[in-house]
Design a protein around this ligand. Sequence first.
Ligand code: EPZ
Length: 418
Amino acid sequence: MDKLLIVGGHPLHGEIRISGSKNAALPILASTLLTETPMLIKNVPHLRDITTMVGLLGRMGVEVTVDDKLNVLVDTRTINSYSAPYDLVKTMRASVLVLGPLLTRFGQAEVSLPGGCAIGSRPVNLHIQGLRQMGADISVENGYIRARAERLQGTTLYLDLVTVTGTENLLMAAVLAEGATIIENAAKEPEVTDLAKCLSSMGAKIQGAGTDTIEIQGVERLLGAEYEVLPDRIEAGTYLVAAAMTGGYIKLKSADPHSLDAVLAKLREAGAHINTGDNWIELDMRGRSLRAVDIHTSPYPAFPTDMQAQFCALNAVAEGISTVTETVFENRFMHVQELHRLGANIRLEGNTAICTGVKQLYGAPVMATDLRASASLVLAALVAKGETLVDRIYHLDRGYECMEEKLTQLGGEVRRIP
Ligand code: EPZ
């Protein structure tokens, strides 16, 4: 199991390129199942979760080739199975995103129930409820979702909770359904909007993506398209926090500042000087002191839950006392006990972490538990005195492309130990 060995104390300085968004690439790769003509997806990040999704499509008989520029060519004409087996789904819950496309295109799907994960039970009841309301016959037995439908019927769906992949699954189901579908209380994340833009380029008729209400007019068929995935806002936010914590300077190229308003506002409140352009973001923290900031996670456009762990690390070394409240997932503070090992002073009270900034963290062996928690441990290690060994970094590899190379490029002392 790979580990990262990090020696803290180096202010980060330099430029890096932000990769394509994992959470946009995953639904967009699933959307290729909606058409029998080939699709070319560009700017796909080279991540473990992407490899899993490509493997899942391959397992169905779909032809997937990756060219030297990491563009992914998908041809579903050879599909011979409509099943997503447990051994793949258990490694990546986002595999459930093939349910909507398979059902609306082929009238059948057999998808393993995604297990829970470290951050919560993460049920998919809203995905299933929505598809049933569209006329699907769905049974959930011995760990599998078995779905059948002659042709899904458009209808009005009201989502009890804002769910990102739930919205994405139902959006993909609706584009080939009979008649009009309205999704109320839809997720507004940029990744949902990116999926909608991709579907529209395939000929789907969608209005209102990025708002609470998405209206879809079902069509008979979609055509393959070329589509470039938007930049990963969480990767961008993570490196901005790294530069802020280490008192350095960073310029992110191929980044999208418009998808990070809440995060940029919090970084400015923490004392960072930030400039942005159409596709770049720069942050300067040299000679400035880091101030603790209160965080309250909520669905987009509010502060993203995927940046919560990173701001716990920032608050651990910032001046002052702050609160970090997690409202989206029920168990997303696994990083706190590991940060304690580095000397952080954070107290948990229900879904709120109370952080008291300390002058110095000290290196120690720590263990990653989930994707964004592992990122927060790396951030803390970059400022901790001495050596930190972060174990189980396969969690990191799921969502961050070449993190050790990017951090080394920025002057960090980071080495991968096999
Ligand atoms: C997506 O997960 C992201 N994953 C997550 O990113 C992200 O943290 C999350 O959205 C919230 O922004 C992908 O896009 C692949 P939800 P998702 O459905 O769709 C409850 C990362 O770090 N819920 O929006 O699974 C659920 O339990 C990952 O890259 C139901 O109760 O999250 C949670 O409490 C981690 N029933 C809340 O809604 C359902 O049917 C929001 O979950 C669906 C969701």
